[in-house]
Design a protein around this ligand. Structure first.
Ligand code: UD1
Length: 431
């Protein structure tokens, strides 16, 4: 994170196999919509297993700005929304976290109006919100757009939402708006990600009646008064995928707890094809690779797709592991435009990767070498850490403000698994 005159960097020394057990942090992509959903609660909410992340702090800031009492102690977040009367999210808050658009649905449900600025472009390329807005319209609210942003009015009455793409954020926004609607709703072509199932679990714990999450059709009964409640956020499958990619890169044997292996099935299948041993049980997944046996390239194209396909968020960390392997692996990124920004940095570490449009060809090299590299986005940062774990020598990773959005103390997790990683303050000019 940028300080007054210094910035943090991560020193990672590679080549040491990872060993041990770790409980995976709570899921960022689950806790963020759940925090927005707190606006719908009729009483205080307590959430367990909340990761300490800058994105979570930003969401808490938005809740407080809207009039909630909200705070985090350790991994527990408490939110009391009873005083929330605000309906505008500032430009700065919208910029601080891309998924702040998720507050639109619950704000309309709570106050009958919402004023937001555009979340704008981000490090993954253009991220439109047209599906969010058409869902809100389909639920009976008016949406006006001008240069200053988005102004929405009217309490949702419910209705049929047909998503042309199974967008995660638009599905969540529609669910949250529909829960506060006076009538019933159906969301068709809904995203099926596990985080949407978690959001349904939370809403139902408050007294909502939402059915079908995890399938392509979600139904929501409107007109129910929600109370407060207690909920435990699911484990983070992308953090788990990143750590497993680290073991694949460095070798060793690691067991991760607190994450459902089924949510990682496509990622585990890739590691298995690459020659790793994979074992899974209830709430636990293990990965092992003998450091003396190199990773093998994966024969089928690794193409990212909506769940249950291969997650776009795991593409960069898995590519980083396969950069040092025997043979060539093809990747195809189908979800976002600018999701190969880690490639240039991996090349600085000795990787042989060619990108053409949405495809990337990774020609495995024997070993990467340590280098000074900069994260350009969150999962790209995770990928560089993975590469550094397998590389010869030391790497220095900057751009940690991206990493800290989604990994709670990445260096601590790596150290817990026997990795050599430390955070230090540096003069920016030195990077
Ligand atoms: C969420 C995740 C992100 C993950 C992504 C895809 C959170 C906080 N973030 O992002 O980590 O990479 O799902 O799994 O949960 N689209 C439109 N119009 C819209 C909305 C989306 O065209 O109104 C397009 C996007 O440009 C993208 C695709 O739909 O190409 C999928 O995006 P979406 O599922 O909405 O991703 P997010 O919810 O932003």
């Amino acid at each position: 994170m940028w300080g007054g005159f210094t910035m943090s960097v991560l020193y990672i020394r590679g080549g040491k196999p990872l060993e041990g057990e770790l409980t995976v942090q709570g899921a960022k992509n689950s806790v963020l919509p759940i925090l927005a959903a707190c606006l719908l609660a009729g009483g205080p909410v307590e959430l367990d297993n909340c990761p300490r992340l800058t994105d979570v702090a930003a969401a808490l800031g938005i809740l407080r700005h809207l009039g909630c009492q909200a705070g985090q102690e350790g991994h527990v977040i408490t939110v009391d929304p009873r005083g929330a009367e605000g309906s505008a999210v500032s430009e700065e808050q919208m910029r601080s976290m891309r998924s702040s658009i998720i507050f639109l649905g619950p704000l309309l449900a709570r106050t009958g109006q919402a004023r937001l600025t555009y979340p704008g472009g981000c490090e993954l390329g253009a991220r439109p919100i047209d599906l969010h807005l058409s869902a809100i319209r389909a639920l009976g609210c008016q949406v006006t757009e001008d240069a200053g942003g988005i102004y929405c009015r009217g309490r949702p009455v419910g209705g049929e939402v047909y998503l042309t793409l199974p967008s995660v954020g638009a599905t969540e926004n529609a669910m949250l708006c529909a829960v506060g609607a006076s009538g019933d709703s159906t969301i068709v072509n809904a995203a099926r990600e596990p985080e949407i199932v978690d959001l349904q679990g939370f809403l139902n714990a408050l007294g909502a009646r939402v059915r079908g999450a995890g399938s392509g059709v979600i139904t929501v009964e409107g007109g129910r008064r929600l109370g407060g409640g207690h909920y435990t956020v699911m484990g983070d499958r992308i953090v788990a995928a990143t750590l497993l990619a680290g073991v694949a890169a460095a070798g060793g044997h690691v067991a991760l707890r607190g994450v459902d292996w089924r949510s990682l099935a496509t990622v585990l299948s890739v590691f298995h094809q690459a020659g790793c041993q994979v074992a899974s049980g209830e709430d636990r997944v293990e990965l092992a690779r003998d450091p003396s046996c190199p990773l093998q390239a994966v024969r089928e194209i690794i193409h990212t797709a909506p769940y249950p396909g291969f997650p776009t968020d795991a593409q960069a960390p898995v590519m980083a592991a396969l950069a040092a392997s025997r043979g060539s692996t093809w990747f195809e990124e189908n979800m976002f435009d600018s999701r190969y920004r880690h490639v240039a940095e991996l090349r600085n570490m000795g990787a042989d990767i060619t990108v053409r449009g949405r495809t990337a060809l990774v020609r495995g090299v024997e070993r990467l070498h340590g280098a000074r590299v900069a994260a350009a986005d969150l999962r790209g940062g995770g990928a560089l850490a993975v590469a550094a774990l397998g590389a010869r020598g030391e790497s220095v990773l900057s751009g940690l403000h991206h990493v800290d959005r989604g990994y709670e103390c990445l260096e601590g997790m790596l150290r817990q698994l026997g990795g050599q990683a430390r955070r230090e303050e540096e003069e920016p000019a030195a990077s």
